[in-house]
Structures are given as structure tokens and as C-alpha cells.
Design a protein around this ligand. Structure first.
Ligand code: AMP
Length: 437
């Protein structure tokens, strides 16, 4: 499909072409017609799918087609998003896509002075992008008038809830007129998000985009079978490889993320954790340190890592194996951005072997197993735990000291530090810096 088939205004088509976009992404192709038709929308998509343009383009078109009466510029569209970074990115997208239209957008978020924001609210704008706290602050001062609102976008709803913004979101919703179009975006739909969606949306159209499993094909992947208690030590061990320059470690829980980061710091490795329990300032500091190359390892929960645009992540480490296989694809997609090569390492404990098997099924790949590492699992592979070396692929020569059974015996080898003793089933570059990074 081409953008020209979506029926967008020439001014928008020109702007999109100026960005080098040729085809709409799946979420754009499917969501834009509904939004143009004025329908409510439930969009299941995460950052990176092109979801911003999926709502920004049709919103700009609707606003441009019906200029407001009078000279005042009432707020006609409000986009609520959880973080400053996202708010700034969304505002920038509205400016880029709307640059040939006589519409004005503005962004407000906390942590910066209020004067410029107050001034902008007094002068008027068509589109306001905001984080909830600062919006409520300014609304409390009588500066945010939303009576003329036509479209409300709730972006990253699951993350908003994870960050504890539900009360603020509900307060913002109470300021909105009943008659409006609502677009609700979330990558996942936990019950709390579903409840909010039910409350906000009227006869919504649902558009869901799951990440393409083929993304995984560009990324060099390895799995380490390891017992739970040894995972942190294994992480320290693999991080002896200096080629792992910018490493994103995924932890299933917030508490786990803290513990991993603390362990790494004790081992002398620069690491920070980011998750929903951290303040926005703490997350931004951690992120800035990571982006600037000051912090080598960022440990994140799935939701906290989403929406963070970090180029040049050399390695992703799945410290826990995700239960939902698509999450694996989301995670490893954080490396190999912008066409660069990337590498993903996964630490799989005995209880996670079935989840691992499901990931291999989804990605239709047999992911090479790292053998001979100092923390190999001693838990036997049973047929129900599936992902045994034997179950995976053609026979391979066993290292001499390797037990000839499904059991991976713990090798009392000193750490090799650079993976020299590691053996993998199939060829690859090893864990070092990706070839094109
Ligand atoms: P988003 O999911 O909205 O954060 O978008 C992710 C990235 O994809 C942004 O850098 C956009 O500029 C880019 N993008 C959005 N739509 C398209 C498209 N149709 N073709 C190519 N790139 C796009």
C-alpha cells in the first residue's frame, strides 16, 4: 500500500514524503482510515511501529479540514503520554507532519520552568501534547481549557498505569468534554488498561500489530542454559567481553532489575536500573548516562524499556526468559537498530525451558546454545523441557569433557573471560562487537 491510497491531504503527503516514508506501516495502514472517519480506536502497538504517525496524520487532517470559528485557538486535540521523552517526540512529529498546515502544536511536561508553558497556553494552540502531572498543575491554575476538545489520545496506557499515573489520568479525563473522539494506544492490555479502555472508548475499532518474528533473523542470538542462582554470576562473566559496550539487560521484575544492577556495580561494572518505581528524574538520569556511554549496562523491565529510543545497543541480555514469546522479539529488537547488527544473549533456567521452546517456535529458529561456560545447568533435559541440545538440531561433536547425556554437567573451569572455551552449535561471530556496529 502507498501513502497516496490513504486519502491524506497533499500537505500531509508532502510532509511524509519529505521524511522519506514510502509505504505506511501496518498500524498506519489500518488505523488511519478509522481515525479519519472519526471513530474511536484501540491500538495495540508499541513504539517503533510508526504509531505516532498513525494518529498524528489523521488528526492533523481532521483539524485542518474544519478550522475553528473565531480567531482564538482553543485546544482541539490533547495527547497524554507518560514521559517527557515521548511527549517531546510526539510534539516533534506533529510539527514535522503538520509543517505545511496552519496548525500549532505545543508540548508541556514537568521538570522544567512553567513560564514558557503558561505563555504558550495563553496564546493558544490546536494540539497539546502533555504528561499528566504538569498538565494537572497548569489546569489547576486555570490555564488549560479543554471545552473545545475534539480528539483525545491516550498513549502508552499500560506504561502510564505501570508508572502509577492512573489517578492523574482519571483526573485529566474528568476535564474532557463527553463528546469527543478517543484513541487509546497500549502495547499490552493488562486488566487495569482494559478497564480504562472500556470506560473511555465508544464502539472502538481495534487495530493490533504484533512485531514481526522475522526481525529476529537479523540478530545474532545465543542461549545459555543456567541455573537460577547462577544467573548473576554468569552475567558478570559474559560482561568480561569488552565488545559488549552498550548492553540492555531485561528483567521480568522491578525488584529483580534493582538486584541485578546492584550486583553488577559491586562487581565493578557500571550499571543502572530503570523501571516504573523509579522517579522520572532517576530514569532520565540513568538513560542519559547509558546513551552517553557512561553507564555500560542498563537493566530494565519490559515496560520501562519500551519507548526508549537508544541506538547502538550492542547487546541485549534476556536475564529472564519472557513468558510471552512476542516479548522476546520486542526485546531483542532493541539491538540491531537502524540496520546495525546486534546480538542477543538469553539466560534460560530449568523452569523456563518451555518458554524458550515457544520462542524458538515463534521465531522459527534454532538458537545456538553456548556450551562450556562455567555456569552450565546441571538440571537434566527431559522431553517436556523440550529445548534440549538433542531436541534442537543435528548431532554435533561433543567437547571431550562434556558428559554424553542430556545433562549439562557443571564444568569447574575457571572463567574464560572472553568465551574462548565456549562452544556453540553453529557458527557465528561470537559475543564481540557486532560487525557493523
Ligand atoms: P513510532 O512508533 O511512532 O515511534 O515511529 C518509529 C519510527 O518510525 C520513527 O522514527 C518514525 O519516523 C518512523 N516511521 C514512522 N512511519 C514510517 C513509515 N511509514 N515509513 C518509514 N518510517 C516510518
Amino acid at each position: 500500500m502507498l501513502f497516496s491510497e490513504l486519502g491524506l491531504l497533499p500537505a500531509l503527503e508532502t510532509a511524509v514524503a519529505g521524511e522519506g516514508y514510502v509505504e505506511p506501516t501496518p498500524i498506519q495502514a489500518r488505523a488511519i482510515p478509522h481515525v479519519l472517519a472519526g471513530r474511536d480506536l484501540l491500538g495495540l502497538a508499541q513504539t517503533g511501529t510508526g504509531k505516532t504517525a498513525a494518529f498524528a496524520l489523521p488528526i492533523l487532517q481532521r483539524l485542518a479540514n474544519q478550522p475553528p470559528a473565531g480567531r482564538q485557538r482553543p485546544i482541539r486535540c490533547l495527547v497524554l503520554t507518560p514521559t517527557r521523552e515521548l511527549a517531546a517526540q510526539i510534539d516533534e512529529s506533529f510539527s514535522t507532519y503538520g509543517k505545511h498546515l496552519p496548525l500549532r502544536s505545543f508540548v508541556i511536561f514537568g521538570g522544567v520552568g512553567m513560564d514558557a508553558q503558561k505563555q504558550a497556553l495563553r496564546s493558544g494552540m490546536d494540539i497539546l501534547v502533555a504528561t499528566p502531572g504538569r498538565l494537572l498543575d497548569l489546569a489547576g491554575q486555570g490555564l488549560v481549557e479543554l471545552k473545545a476538545l475534539e480528539v483525545f489520545v491516550l498513549d502508552e496506557a499500560d506504561r502510564m498505569l505501570d508508572m502509577g499515573f492512573i489517578h492523574d489520568v482519571r483526573k485529566v479525563i474528568r476535564l474532557l468534554p463527553r463528546h469527543r473522539q478517543t484513541l487509546f494506544f497500549s502495547a499490552t492490555m493488562p486488566p487495569e488498561a482494559q478497564e480504562l479502555a472500556d470506560q473511555l472508548l465508544k464502539n472502538p475499532q481495534t487495530v493490533a500489530v504484533v512485531p514481526s518474528a522475522t526481525t529476529a533473523e537479523r540478530i545474532d542470538q545465543e542461549v545459555y542454559f543456567v541455573e537460577k542462582a547462577d544467573k548473576r554470576a554468569l552475567l558478570v562473566d559474559v560482561l568480561r567481553d569488552a565488545g559488549m559496550r552498550r548492553v540492555l539487560v531485561f528483567s521480568r521484575t522491578k525488584h529483580g532489575a534493582n538486584r541485578i544492577a546492584e550486583h553488577l556495580v559491586k562487581a565493578g561494572i557500571g550499571a543502572e536500573a530503570i523501571h516504573g518505581n523509579k522517579s522520572q528524574n532517576a530514569r532520565e538520569r540513568a538513560l542519559a548516562g547509558f546513551k552517553a556511554g557512561k553507564t555500560r549496562v542498563l537493566v530494565a523491565t519490559d515496560i520501562a524499556a519500551r519507548g526508549i529510543d537508544i541506538d547502538d545497543v550492542t547487546h541485549v541480555v534476556n536475564f529472564d526468559i519472557p513468558e510471552v514469546p512476542e516479548t522476546y522479539v520486542h526485546r531483542i529488537g532493541r539491538t540491531a537498530r537502524a540496520g546495525a547488527a546486534g546480538m542477543a544473549l538469553s539466560f534460560c533456567e530449568a523452569d523456563e525451558r518451555l518458554d524458550w521452546r515457544n520462542i524458538e517456535k515463534l521465531t522459527r529458529q534454532e538458537i545456538p546454545i553456548v556450551e562450556g561456560h562455567p555456569y552450565e545447568s546441571r538440571v537434566p533435559f527431559t522431553s517436556s523441557s523440550s529445548s534440549s541440545p538433542r531436541a534442537l538440531a543435528s548431532p554435533r561433536p561433543q567437547p571431550q569433557s562434556q558428559p554424553q547425556s542430556h545433562t549439562h554437567g557443571r564444568r569447574d573451569l575457571p572463567s574464560t573471560g572472553g568465551g574462548a572455551k565456549r562452544r556453540r552449535r553453529r557458527g557465528g561471530r561470537g559475543r564481540g562487537a557486532p560487525a557493523s556496529a
